[in-house]
Design a protein around this ligand. Sequence first.
Ligand code: ZN
Length: 338
Amino acid sequence: MTVIGKEGANLHVQAMQGGKAYDGYVSQELVEHLSPSAPGFEESLAAKDWPAAAQHLSKLQRTEIDDLLKLCSASELAHLTLGVLSSKPGPYQRVSEAIARLNFAASIAGTQLWLAQSALESEQAKFQVKVIAREAWGALPPDKGKGWDEYPSNTHLPLTRIVVHHTADPLGQTVKDLESKERKAGYADMPYHFVIARNGEIYEGRRINIVGAHAGEFKNNKDITKDPDYGAIGIVLTGDFESRMENGWSPDKPTQAQLTSLQRLLSHLVWKYSLSPDSILKHSEVKRDGKPKVCPGEHLSSYVDLGKTVARQALKRLKAAEDEFQAAEQRASTLKLK
Ligand SMILES: [Zn+2]
């Protein structure tokens, strides 16, 4: 039985019995007589906070647990099983055992729900990245006199693609070195939105709501929305990944840590801004004026191509996990009491 609210001296309650839902008003006295008192449990149940509900139950005597479980709907029993399984192992395991004794189908449905939820969480984790914010690495305030365009809205940024670069500088270049070089070159701020250093750390460059300055330009173009940088998220990896003897250093290979971070960041951005994986571009693929670019270099380019495939597969697995979780939720929610 679930208490929905108070109506004068009575309580508005709902209950499931024999597969039928009951809804009505009873006196507080009667409710207290019928249901063992477990205010924390009732509250957590009403809030659908299943781990908390399971933990409240676990503090009671076995007979009290059984009595309270008998007042729950089959769907609540399935979700309480989920609550126990998603908590760290502890004394509330006996709650799931009590549910299995009372209603085995609910116990199975709750276990399936937990498996589906765990699979979904592990797919979602593949889209998470840790980015070191500008404040944390000590970015200088931008010099807005030197080319500075904010996107019109912070909530629906007109982002359409991702462009990957190398710095064409040494692999060990720090984010501060790069910032200093770019500002000396006349940029208002870091021209890229993300910088991936040799150790794989990802730094926030130019804020995402500011148009970047990395993709290139069309001569005589006055329309900012036609600019190659408009809508393009810029990612740069430190290092020179192209063989060019005239540069005075041998070409680098991106480190494994850089490649791992690049892949996660690509998947994250594609997911976060609802982009197509096909919108991941190498700088050399961007339509712009001027002589063709080799950026991001021969040793990085194929990983950018691979990034599209990996992001596409990750999105597909995420969608499948979401569908499976919804199906399990549907099964658990429509369970009937035996
Ligand atoms: Zn480039």
